[in-house]
Design a protein around this ligand. Structure first.
Ligand code: HEC
Ligand code: HEC
Length: 174
């Protein structure tokens, strides 16, 4: 009766293996979903989401945000200045949720890991991470009217203003 297949030991091993796999599958998305924390309240969305997508702070390290918020009067050629209390409040939110904070999730760590420690990039769209994530989007798509610029995350990532960039929430406009 000692077949290789179906004694209780094998069954138990099998059950444990299936269980472990199911557990791993259930956990993977939670750890690795493309979801970034966003500042609480409406200030960030209103002030930094009025001209473009309210970019998730976790897409750049804190030093990038510090540099950017020190030069808002000439922000990519535009005046995006804020009154001082608002500027400080937004800076604090950005620093708290930036890619290089201790509580950064896996995505944020990866983004930060790809940026040299002495660089404070001002563009998300020029990062290696961004290019890598979008290398399957053909050039002609970026040029569609409803997209205009790669920085227009919200054109394709319908919930970008909530920090959600998951595959299921991508809709490329025609
Ligand atoms: C008055 C309009 C305006 C406001 C307000 C504004 N921005 Fe911008 N922002 C721009 C323009 C214009 C660009 C350049 C867009 C381009 O070239 O694609 C830009 C680009 C950016 C980029 C780079 C995007 C990329 O290509 O990777 C970041 C990051 C950014 N802004 C963050 C912020 C933050 C943070 C705030 C709030 C403090 C803010 N912006 C407020 C106009 C604005
Ligand atoms: C032309 C449409 C388009 C624009 C604009 C765009 N993306 Fe994407 N993005 C995509 C597509 C398509 C994918 C691949 C979907 C997938 O397989 O997850 C993707 C993937 C991603 C991913 C990885 C998602 C995952 O599940 O791993 C992130 C993060 C991301 N984009 C961030 C951004 C940010 C930030 C911006 C703006 C600065 C942006 N994207 C602009 C189309 C776009």
């Amino acid at each position: 009766m000692d077949h290789a297949g179906l004694n209780w030991k094998n069954l138990l091993t099998l059950a444990l293996a299936v269980g472990a796999t199911a557990f791993a599958i259930a956990r993977a998305p939670a750890d690795d979903e493309a979801i970034f924390p966003m500042p609480a309240g409406k200030t960030y969305l209103n002030e930094c989401g009025s001209c473009h997508t309210a970019f998730a702070p976790g897409l750049l390290p804190a030093r990038s945000w510090r540099k950017m918020l020190a030069g808002l009067t000439d922000h990519f050629g535009e005046d995006a200045s804020l009154d001082e209390p608002q500027r400080l409040a937004i800076l604090k939110d950005l620093e708290t949720l930036a890619a290089d904070t201790p509580q950064a999730n896996l995505r944020m760590r990866r983004i930060n890991g790809a940026i040299p420690g002495n660089a404070a990039p001002q563009r998300i769209t020029e990062s290696g991470y961004f290019k890598f994530m979008h290398d399957e989007v053909p050039r002609h798509i970026w040029q569609r009217k409803k997209i205009g610029t790669p920085g227009n995350c919200l054109a394709c990532h319908t919930r970008a203003n909530e920090g959600r960039y998951g595959e299921r929430e991508v809709r490329i406009p025609q």
